[in-house]
Ligand binder design. Structure first.
Ligand code: HEM
Length: 507
């Protein structure tokens, strides 16, 4: 064959391959230039939600989507309210699974919890148990005495500091409060065990947060890296510590018995799960491991999300004295605290519209899980006109969506009034149908703990600002407050909040 014909054939082949590659790429959302092997991993900084938002602004082209290759994982990133709406309204089922997590498998009994379980019958039934039996409005109501006792302890601690003229580190205080409420509801354990829980959760978070060896390497080398770096050993030690802790609580509950199968208000989550096992009606084998995984899941999912939201709320109030004064006015006006009710009563919370608006504004700007929890697709889907293959990881950037200028006026301003009548977002709620505001997610994987979290949050904040004025120590001004974030499974403040409480009310 003549060299001319050969050259022409090669040219046609190259053109054909290039066209095929471009055609295939053309169906995917926009993507920045990538590197071999690691893809776009090098573009993700310490605060992934911020890096992903910057990447979207630079390369996203306005359609709300970005397609990244994060090591081995093809990943879809959703950054606008409009794209989130298309995704959750039309493709929720396709994206309802979770990427495999080696740490999650070891720490959560083979992912037999709700949060890490892949989509399927087992997850569906486990989630139904959580929604119907553990976190229903009725059960949440039954925990009112636990909340009242723990909020009274919180106020008493703050009062001691106020009387002594000492500054308080709110992170410690709020973590203790949130952990005690969730742990008592889940397993009846509080007090001394809360410290243990904190240690367990801090360490487990470090082992499952961030990118893992499997994200970059094939399975066998990833296993080697896990073994060589000691990650495996640390995870195994941690799983053992969790198991020891949960097994003791389970044994104590089994010894105590389940109240003859009666639905009683005094039950914690472990009691409920043991009773459901006896009744055998939920269509799910409630093994010891599954019960332990579910209780561990609720404690892990409900503690830091709650305590960090409270810490951000206090920081925003101190940074915005006008909002603090208005909130204190509302609570003083409607609260029946005093006399027989030394702290704010839960029955008063429904009258505190501004308090609810403050929490919405806090969650808009400081969603504790700014990228939700990663999802994964199980089937191909066409999102916003782009073809997304099966087995694509999904990050929904709730942090960016809460600041989407197409959905929010002055998005960077802390202005709770936007959620009140005439404020532009009065009808907007976080229960998963207003896609510009999804701090709890949306669709099948939405957080089942919203009803549990709200009174825990509202009661604590209302009590703290009703009983005390809060000042910055050392002559610091509100404008000097560092509002930076720290990376992790959730996103706490970079600098723990330290404030001086001043008593407003008598003990
Ligand atoms: C301020 C408080 C909270 C916030 C902001 C929050 C937020 C979230 C988010 C963003 C998700 C992931 C949604 C997704 O994958 O798309 C989630 C899942 C979950 N949350 Fe919450 N959460 C909070 C409190 C709680 C509490 C108190 C509990 C239980 C006591 C809880 C239990 C769970 C569980 C079990 C899941 C997994 C759901 C699933 O995979 O189907 N959360 N939460």
């Amino acid at each position: 064959m003549s060299p001319y014909v050969l050259a022409a054939a090669a040219g046609v082949l190259i053109f054909f391959l290039y066209a095929v590659k471009n055609r295939r790429r053309g169906k995917l959302p926009p993507s920045p230039p990538s590197l071999p092997l690691i893809g776009h991993l090098h573009l993700i900084g310490r605060l992934a939600h911020r890096s992903l938002h910057d990447l979207y602004l630079r390369h996203g082209g306005g359609g709300g989507l970005l397609f990244l290759q994060l090591g081995r994982r093809p990943t879809l990133v959703v950054s606008t309210a409009a794209a989130a709406e298309d995704l959750f309204r039309n493709h929720d089922l396709a994206f309802a699974s979770r990427p495999r997590s080696v740490g999650g498998e070891r720490l959560m009994y083979g992912c037999s919890n709700v949060s890490f379980a892949p989509y399927g019958e087992s997850w569906r039934r486990g989630k139904k148990v959580a929604v119907v039996h553990l976190l229903s409005p009725r059960r949440v109501e039954a925990f009112a005495p636990v909340r009242a006792a723990e909020v009274a302890a919180l106020v008493a601690r703050a009062r001691r500091a106020a009387v002594a003229g000492e500054a308080l580190e709110l992170r410690e205080l709020l973590y203790g409060y949130a952990n005690a409420v969730v742990t008592r509801a889940a397993a009846g354990a509080a007090g001394a065990t809360a410290e243990k829980m904190k240690q367990l959760m801090g360490n487990s978070a470090a082992l499952v947060a961030g990118f893992q060896p499997e994200d970059v390497l094939p399975d066998a080398p990833a296993r080697f890296v896990r073994w060589a770096t000691g990650i495996n050993k640390r995870i195994d030690d941690m799983a053992e510590a969790w198991d020891e802790f949960l097994s003791e609580i389970l044994a104590a509950h089994m010894e105590k018995g389940t109240n003859g199968g009666a639905v009683e208000d005094g039950e914690d989550f472990m009691d409920v799960l043991l009773r459901l096992r006896e009744e055998g009606t939920v269509g799910l084998e409630l093994t010891d491991d599954r019960i332990k995984a579910t209780v561990e899941d609720m404690i892990a999912a409900g503690t830091e999300t709650t305590s960090q939201t409270l810490e951000w709320a206090m920081a925003e109030l101190v940074a915005n004295p006008r909002v603090m004064a208005k909130l204190q006015d509302e609570i003083a006006r409607v609260s029946t605290a005093g006399g027989d009710h030394p702290t704010v009563a839960e029955s008063d919370l429904s009258k505190m519209g501004y308090l609810k608006a403050v929490f919405k504004e806090v969650l808009r700007l400081h969603a504790p899980a700014p990228l939700l929890v990663p999802h994964e697709s199980t089937t191909p889907a066409v999102v916003q006109g782009y073809e997304i293959p099966a087995k694509t990881a999904l990050f929904v950037n709730a942090w960016a969506i809460g600041r989407d200028p197409a959905a929010w006026d002055a998005p960077e301003e802390f202005r709770p009034e936007r959620f009140l009548g005439g404020g532009g977002a009065a009808a907007v709620d976080f229960r998963g149908t207003d896609y510009q505001f999804i701090p709890f997610g949306a669709g099948r994987r939405i957080c089942p703990g919203i009803n549990f979290a709200l009174p825990v949050l509202e009661l604590a904040l209302a009590s703290l600002v009703h009983h005390f004025d809060w000042e910055l120590p050392g002559g610091m001004r509100p404008a000097d407050l560092d509002m930076g974030e720290e990376p992790g499974l959730t996103t706490p403040r970079r600098v723990p909040l330290v404030l001086l409480p001043k008593c407003k009310t008598l003990a």
